[in-house]
Design a protein around this ligand. Structure first.
Ligand code: IPM
Ligand code: MG
Length: 406
């Protein structure tokens, strides 16, 4: 390649890069202005949007909606909550509009206060679908859902983790905006802003303070990814200083050793609250979920100041659908997400009870279990069993007995 050709490629790449920087600098200005948190005590009625998604999504979302409507039945009757099914978030409709989230669907979503969202297909080059952006990533960005909160609990092992995954920056936010500079050279981008790091780190420390945890662990690769992870790491250290007087300490682990430590049975229950950039959070929470019983058992809250979206941590499992196994998919992930939604809109006791019922049904009593195949229960059978556990007057006693067995 001669010099002129090389420069013309570089000029194009520079222009592309400039566009990205402008977008991000604008985003920083918005974050600086900030906005107030939604106050669910004042919102009447609370509108809960339900998006079924793709693959196993429809199946497990349906079960989760059944549970959620049960938990909020009186609120629904009194007109204090309203359920609204939003149908357009399917891969077919997204491909038809060539958009991660079609405009009319996004407008419907924005009319809701919170969203229960089933897993959606995320195409990759070479799939049968055009390579459009992930609906998750787009919704997290469009609704500014900056905190991805993922709890993982195994009471009998004393595991009580809560991951605070940064949700709007890192490798994700520009993941669909990488460039092929030449035929041979590809570049993706990762970013970290001071405001973006600060808001997620602060949320993790606030959570620790409110729930009486005494440590927040940062997970980075700041020894290698020095600039962006370095900024994140500094934010943790700085903010940690403000929480010392509340008896909350901090430590930092690199992502590689952290994946190993989660498998260290002797020490893993020492971790409590963890805060981490986007991609590390994605990876580590799948591992953590597996320890809890599989990704099908883990729920996730995507929290922003105005909106919040609750979902499973896993994808739409096309393989299960191809093999006709969708009815055996575990709805626990979406039900756990429903518990988090319930807490978010102001019903913490109901949420605690639902989470306990999930732990009793899924980890302790296990009268029936899900295997993802015809060897186990269907999602519908499991949901009925879960509702029995939830309505059991002896639930608290059973849970006490279960959780003290550390
Ligand atoms: C998750 C998922 C998503 C992510 C995918 C579906 C884009 O894996 O919520 O963890 O990578 O964030
Ligand atoms: Mg993931």
């Amino acid at each position: 390649m001669d010099k002129t050709e090389r420069y013309s490629y570089i000029e194009k790449a520079k222009e592309h890069f400039a566009g990205i920087m402008i977008e991000q600098l604008d985003r920083i200005e918005k974050m600086k202005k900030g906005e107030d948190w939604s106050d669910f005590e004042k919102i009447d009625p609370v509108i809960i949007g339900v998006c079924w998604g793709d693959g196993i999504g429809k199946e497990i979302s349906k079960h989760a909606q059944r549970v959620l409507e049960h938990v909020l039945i009186d609120q629904k009757r009194k007109g204090k909550v309203e359920f609204r099914v939003i149908t357009g978030l399917t891969i077919e409709n997204r491909v038809k509009h060539s958009k991660a989230v079609p405009d009319d669907v996004l407008a419907e979503i924005k009319k809701c206060h919170v969203l229960l969202k089933g897993p959606t297909t995320t195409p990759q080059a070479g799939d049968k679908w055009p390579n459009i952006e992930s609906a998750n990533v787009a919704l997290r960005r469009e609704l500014d859902l900056f905190a991805n909160v993922r709890p993982v609990k195994v009471p009998k092992e004393g595991i009580d983790w809560c991951f605070f995954r940064e949700n709007t920056e890192g490798a994700y936010v520009l993941g669909s905006k990488g460039i092929n500079v030449t035929e041979d050279l590809s570049v993706d981008f990762t970013i970290m802003t001071e405001q973006g790091a600060e808001r997620i780190v602060r949320m993790a420390f606030e959570y620790a303070k409110k729930n009486k945890y005494n440590k927040v662990t940062a997970v980075t690769k700041a020894n290698v990814v020095k600039t962006t992870d370095g900024r994140f790491s500094r934010a943790v250290k700085r903010i940690a200083g403000e929480y010392k007087s509340f008896g909350i300490g901090t430590d930092e682990w690199y992502i590689d050793i952290m994946t190993a430590k989660l498998l260290d049975v002797a020490r893993r229950n020492e971790f409590q609250v963890m805060v981490l950039p986007n991609l590390y959070g994605d990876i580590l929470t799948d591992e953590a979920a597996q320890i809890q019983g599989g990704v099908g058992t883990a729920g996730s809250a995507n929290i922003g100041k105005r909106w919040a979206m609750f979902e499973a941590i896993h994808g739409s499992a096309p393989r299960m659908v191809e093999e006709g196994r969708e009815k055996y998919a575990d709805p626990s992930s979406m039900i756990r997400a429903s518990a988090m939604l319930t807490r978010h809109i102001g019903h913490p006791e109901r949420a605690d009870r639902l989470e306990r019922a999930l732990e009793i049904a899924g980890q302790y009593e296990k009268k029936i279990s899900i295997t993802g195949r015809s060897t186990g229960a269907t999602g519908e059978e499991f949901t009925s069993y879960l509702l029995d556990c939830l309505n059991d007057p002896d639930l608290e006693n059973k849970w006490e007995e279960f959780s003290v067995k550390k």
